[in-house]
Design a protein around this ligand. Sequence first.
Ligand code: ATP
Length: 198
Amino acid sequence: MIIAGITGGIGSGKTTVARVWEKLGARVMYADDIAKQLMVSEESVRTQLKKVFGDGVYLPDGSLNKPYLAEEAFQKGRVEELNSIVHPAVYRYGERLIEQEKARGTALFVKEAALLLKNGRPDGFDFIVVCEADEALRISRVTGRDGSKPAEVKERMAKQQSRDVFRKHADIVIANNGTLRELEEKAEATFRLMTGEQ
Ligand code: ATP
């Protein structure tokens, strides 16, 4: 099984590329979605979050109190503490999934994660693919996607790794300054390159 990671800054197009690969038969793990899921479903994560951020992390019905956690972690500059609880659980989930997918005969496993290269190039990946696009385009695409304000997008961009850091660890860079169709074509070509399929 080929194992690939796809990453890039906010609005660079990584999810769009991953969805194309999924359609072509890849098994994609969206790390952000898994993180949100595990904060609710995994008992060890729940216990640690409550210990570190307080019982208010969860609502009486057991669901995540997102505004509370955002205030505690993001507004109070404690994101690293949140990450140190959630990321190892996401990693373990990924390792289990990789074993399952290997056993099922999956050809291409993909991890989509904005923070894939946070500690440098992670082990175990055959390909690291990085999406990139000019800042102005990324801002307009994200504001168009979810109605966020340009200033908010810029703020999130400023906290992410630079283009040079992403590039340093990339085996393949997908430039996304053109149309959506062009991006999809590049995604298809990259899929063929990674899997050896014609
Ligand atoms: P995030 O880090 O916020 O999850 P992302 O890197 O996963 O972002 P996408 O969600 O794939 O990026 O793309 C951001 C938005 O821009 C989406 O609404 C997507 O449809 C749109 N988009 C991506 N590439 C293009 C393009 N080449 N032309 C027009 N729209 C695009």
